[in-house]
Design a protein around this ligand. Sequence first.
Ligand code: FMN
Length: 371
Amino acid sequence: MNSNYEHILEPFTFKSGVELKNRVMLAPMTNYASDDETGEVTEEELAYYSKRTGGVGAIITACAYVTRDGKGFKGEIGSHQDNLVPSLQKLANTIQHRGTKAILQIFHGGRMCPPELLEDGIPISASAVAPEREGSVTPREMTEADIERVIEGFKESAKRALEAGFDGVEIHGANTYLLQQFFSPHSNRRKDKWGGDVYNRMNFIKEVIKEVRSVVENRPFVIGYRFSPEEIESPGITMEDTFKLIDFLKEQNLDYLHISVQDFWGGSIRNKEDKASRVLLAKERIGDKVPLIGVGSLHTPADVAKALEEVPLVALGRELIMEPQWIQKVEKGEEQTIRTTLSKKSQKELVIPDDLWNTIMNTPGWFPVEE
Ligand SMILES: Cc1cc2nc3c(=O)[nH]c(=O)nc-3n(C[C@H](O)[C@H](O)[C@H](O)COP(=O)(O)O)c2cc1C
């Protein structure tokens, strides 16, 4: 092994006592391969995870909906009913190979749920404000009962993850979905305790974390939180808002915070002139209080080693779709054979589910695809 990459392979222990055998995690990535009717994982999906486990310290799964009205993707993993525990168990067992830890990402899509995936065709959100994108629909504002039900959904999903043998959960508070919608001044215009100033807009997040924590008690079970630092809309989440959110999150006794950005070194999406890395700004604000997972366009071991000079852990997304054996190749000193592009002929070899493959192929520029 190249000695420059030794740090990548060093173990890391979370506050809860869960240990990762190295510093690299599979970023949560939707794969569209669960049973669309029931939310159960399929053989196609298990094969995809099986291909990518064993090397990385942890796999954070694709997002899993916590209540039926939170389903945001076709073929999304369900975690919303007790009868899904055996399905979740298969997923955890498949991932937990050669010491890789399994973390279930728990999620509600809110106003971003495509109406055709919902039983009554109407998405719900903090307020009745449509997202700014073509063809979007105006969601129904959540009632107090809806709010309680969805918070309970996060709690019950965490309970099911624990029962199924997962090592932890990641609460998905990023990428414009429901938790972010409560925090955002764009999607949250409420005047009650769930809305108003930036602190009131954290109340939903606060309750979700509290309820998830109540399930875990003192067990060695990871609770992580993912957030997006900014929104492009006006009004929308600014870095100033995010600093306040970080100040709150870092006091919640979480195992980690996970930022969601496209480029680890990238600047503001609100102001192109502001080139300071959002990851580094978040890191500076967090200090040493809680570990931050960095992410975004990291491909080679050199990229990862450089990022690890700034943060204790990194997640790789697209790269581990293109190169499932990334860690094993670093371990064996074969980093020169790590693939950083996707060959059009490689679907079978890389064990990529059909709908994920088709989405990648139909979204130009998303992956570095070669003939
Ligand atoms: C196919 C695909 C599906 C994704 N699905 C999710 C998801 O379910 N949850 C999530 O938090 N992020 C999701 N993301 C974002 C990734 O976790 C990651 O933040 C992003 O791809 C940037 O990292 P990368 O450059 O290493 O791919 C997805 C990304 C991709 C490429």
